[in-house]
Structures are given as C-alpha cells and as structure tokens.
Design a protein around this ligand. Structure first.
Ligand code: SF4
Ligand code: MG
Length: 317
C-alpha cells in the first residue's frame, strides 16, 4: 500500500543529498492467494525494486507491506525470519545467483539447514524430491552449477526457492537470460509447480509476451508508478493506457484479428531522478495534451478490475 522507494543522490564535495531517484513512487497493489500477477515494464521502471521492497530485501521509504493480513513493514529482522520462509525470490541470472563453489545439494539444502530443524537425512531426501520435481536427477545433487546449462541452473534456483515450502514467490525475470527455446519449458515448469504447491507468484518481466500465459492479472509499470492494471484478457485484448498499447504492439501476434499496428516509442525513458511533471509518460505519448503536463493522472477504476492512470479516461472509458 502506497509504497515509495527513493534512493538519495549524493553530490558536491560534502557528498550531501542533492536529490532522489524515485524508483518506486506510490504503488499500491494486491495479489490474491494462488494467483499470478505479472509485473511488466522497461528496465528502470522500478519493477525489481518493488519486488525487493515487498520481500523487505530493501526497506521502503514509505508505505505498508501486508502479508497474510499481517503488516510486516516494521517487523524486526528477527521477527521477519518467520515470514521469510514463506516468501522467496528467483532471480534473473542463475549464473550469478548460484554460488559456484557449492554443490547442487548444498545449494538446495542450505535454506533447510539455516531455517528449519530438518535432520541431515531429511535434508538430503527433500533435496532429491525437489530435484525430481524440477526435472533434474537425484544424481545431480553432487554436481556443481557450472556442469549445467542455463535452463538447468534456473531449475536448481527454483528447487532452492521451494525448499522451505513458501507460499509466495517473486519471479524476477526468471527466463530473460535463457534461450527462447528454453523459456517455454521453464515457464511451464513454474506453472505446474504453482498448481502443485498452491503458490502465489509476482512474475516480473520486461515484455508482455513472457507473462501472457502464466498471469491471471497484469500490472504495467512506468517510471516507478502503475500505468495500468487489469485481468489478463482485457489487458491484452483491450489495453487502455497509451504505454500499454505501445508495449503490446511490439508483441508478435499469430492471431490476424489481433494483429496491431506497431507503435514506436520515441525517446528514451526519462530519468527517475528528474521525471516529467504531471504524467510521467507524456514525453513519449502521442496523445499528450495540456492537462498531462499539469496534473498527475491517478489510477482510476474503470470497472471489472481494470484500472488505468491516464487523463484520457478521467470520465471513464
Ligand atoms: Fe498520454 Fe496524457 Fe494519458 Fe499520460 S495522461 S498517458 S500523457 S494521454
Ligand atoms: Mg496459474
């Protein structure tokens, strides 16, 4: 609720704060149990920062994080440990996120060693079960990360994330570093595991095609704010925000009916240290008008769970 994450910018010879990068600027969203919320935006939109704030790997500048009806925003690290078991993250780059000096067994069993009372044989058995769940072999337990392909390493990361039976997993671009041919396999695995373990996902990606199949709802972020959030079908079939329309126009469609004219975004993402006044998207928006420079559009409910932050919809659809 109302999450802000501002990073100070230091400057001058005294290295004092001269401004802030508003990486996340007043974001509210909810994720239902068992659901997958896709979170999409260009790099620099604040989506990974938001993910880390939700897990409290980064402290929010402002706002509340409610997990299972409990406000965890101000819990001490010691109290947070109970929640941490329930919340895991799978990172984009399995090459960087797996310690190359640890065997697969050590990697997957480490969370159990640190945060559970499982005995050594129990940890080993759990590891073997998890390896099989993610499509690897029991004999892989004694190998090291470099002996695996990118897709297999991501399977190891997923097994590690599942070790403590979490309820909620933040998937931070888990397939972006993988070959396109491998992406679908890993996405299918994640969807199967979700059903089997009743997992809830926040699935972060930089393009709308990756999250299309796995998401129930999708949120689009731009410069630290939510531009649009809606259930999957209306978001893909009837996007409202000019930014969502532009992102979607670059998703290849096999469906002739839904083939769209490509909308090219002109200009770069403005700096989150110095965002445009009013609507942050106005420097790249073909519909920008006077009001857009003066007033920040609020996220507005236009019915059926569809919300959009754009002055074109101030009077509804
Ligand atoms: Fe474009 Fe204005 Fe809507 Fe922003 S508020 S997306 S600038 S039309
Ligand atoms: Mg699902």
């Amino acid at each position: 609720k109302n999450i802000k994450k501002y990073f100070p910018i230091k400057g001058g010879i005294l290295k004092h704060t001269v401004g802030h990068v508003k990486a996340v600027d007043d974001v509210s969203l909810s994720i239902k149990q068992g659901e997958t919320l896709g979170l999409v935006g260009e790099s620099g939109s604040g989506k990974s920062t938001l993910g880390r704030v939700i897990l409290r790997l980064l402290e929010p500048t402002e706002g509340e994080i409610i997990f299972d009806k409990e406000d965890i925003s101000h819990l001490s690290n010691r109290k947070l440990r109970n929640y941490r078991k329930n919340m895991q993250i799978v990172f984009q780059d399995p090459f960087a996120s797996l310690n190359s000096k640890m065997s697969v067994g050590e990697l997957i069993e480490e969370p159990l060693l640190v945060q559970s009372s499982a005995t050594k044989p129990e940890r080993k058995q759990k590891c073997i079960d998890l390896l099989e769940k993610v499509g690897l072999r029991a004999s892989d337990r004694t190998k090291y990360p470099h002996e695996f392909s990118g897709g297999q390493r991501q399977r190891i990361s997923i097994a590690r994330a599942l070790a403590l039976n979490p309820k909620f997993i933040i998937c931070d671009e888990p397939v972006s570093a993988l070959d396109v041919s491998i992406q679908a396999q890993v996405l299918n695995l994640m969807a199967d595991l979700q059903d089997e373990f009743n997992l809830t996902y926040l699935f972060i990606a930089h393009d709308l095609s990756v999250v299309k199949h796995i998401s129930d709802r999708v949120a689009v972020m731009y410069l630290g704010r939510i531009a649009e959030i809606a259930p999957k079908k209306p978001l893909y079939d009837n996007p409202l925000h000019p930014y969502t329309k532009a992102l979607l126009s670059s998703v290849p469609s096999t469906d002739v009916k839904h083939r769209r004219e490509k909308i090219h975004l002109t200009g770069d993402l403005p700096s989150p240290a110095d965002p445009p006044s009013g609507c942050a998207f106005r420097t790249r928006c073909i519909h920008a008008h006077e009001k857009c420079a003066l007033e920040r559009p609020e996220l507005t409910d236009i019915g059926d769970g569809h919300y959009v932050a754009c002055h074109l919809y101030d009077q509804g659809r």
